[in-house]
Design a protein around this ligand. Structure first.
Ligand SMILES: Cc1cc2nc3c(=O)[nH]c(=O)nc-3n(C[C@H](O)[C@H](O)[C@H](O)COP(=O)(O)O)c2cc1C
Length: 164
C-alpha cells in the first residue's frame, strides 16, 4: 500500500516532522511511503504515486496562524482525485500559541471538501491523544518525535485496515 506525505517546508522543520511520520508509517507493515516537499518546485509531486496512495498526510509550517500559502495554492489548484482516500494533517510553528492547530484545521477542511476520509486517531487509540493532528515547535522538534512517529503508525494502520 502506498502512502504520500505531502507538505511545504522551506527551512526544514516540517520536513523533519514528515520524516518522523514516515518512520512510524513504515513500522505499520507493508507500506511504501514517499515524501513530497512542494518547496522542491517542479517535479516535487509524483502524480502517479499520489493517485495510487491509499492515504495522504498533509503538512505545513504555520504562516500567520494558518497554513502556508504555497500549500493552500497546491490544494486549491491541484486536480488529483483525492476523494475516498484517508487524509490527515500536521503542522510546525514557532510558538504553541502561534496557530498550528488552526493550520491543521485549515488543511482538514480542504481534505473534507475534496471528499477524503479525514482521521487523526483522536481519543480512539487511547493515550497519548492526538487531537486534530500533531504539531511541533521549531527548535523543539525532538520533544514531539514520539508523537509524530506514533501518528504515522496509526494513520498507516488505519489505511491498512480500510484498504489493505
Ligand atoms: C512568513 C512566515 C510566517 C510565519 N508565521 C508564524 C505564525 O503565525 N505562528 C508561528 O508560530 N510561527 C510562524 N512562523 C514560523 C514557522 O511556522 C516555523 O518556523 C516553521 O517551523 C517553519 O517550517 P519549515 O522549517 O518547514 O519551513 C512563520 C514563518 C514565516 C516564514
Amino acid at each position: 500500500m502506498k502512502i504520500t506525505i505531502l507538505y511545504f517546508s522551506q527551512s526544514g522543520n516540517t520536513e523533519r516532522a514528515a520524516e518522523m511520520i514516515k518512520e512510524g508509517a513504515e513500522s505499520a507493515g507493508d507500506v511504501e511511503v514517499r515524501l513530497m516537499n512542494l518547496a522542491a518546485g517542479d517535479g516535487a509531486v509524483d502524480g502517479d504515486f499520489l493517485s495510487e496512495s491509499a492515504a495522504v498526510i498533509v503538512g505545513t509550517p504555520t504562516y500567520m496562524a494558518n497554513m502556508a500559502w504555497q500549500l493552500k495554492k497546491w490544494l486549491d489548484t491541484d486536480k488529483t482525485r483525492l476523494a475516498g482516500k484517508l487524509g490527515a494533517a500536521f503542522a510546525t510553528a514557532n510558538f504553541a500559541h502561534g496557530g498550528p492547530d488552526i493550520a491543521v484545521l485549515g488543511i482538514l477542511q480542504h481534505l473534507l471538501v475534496k471528499g477524503m476520509l479525514i482521521y487523526s486517531s483522536g481519543t480512539g487509540c487511547g493515550k497519548p491523544i492526538i487531537h486534530l493532528g500533531p504539531v511541533a515547535i521549531a527548535g523543539e522538534l525532538d520533544k514531539s518525535r514520539d508523537l509524530f512517529v506514533l501518528f504515522g503508525k496509526r494513520i498507516a494502520e488505519k489505511a491498512l485496515e480500510l484498504f489493505g
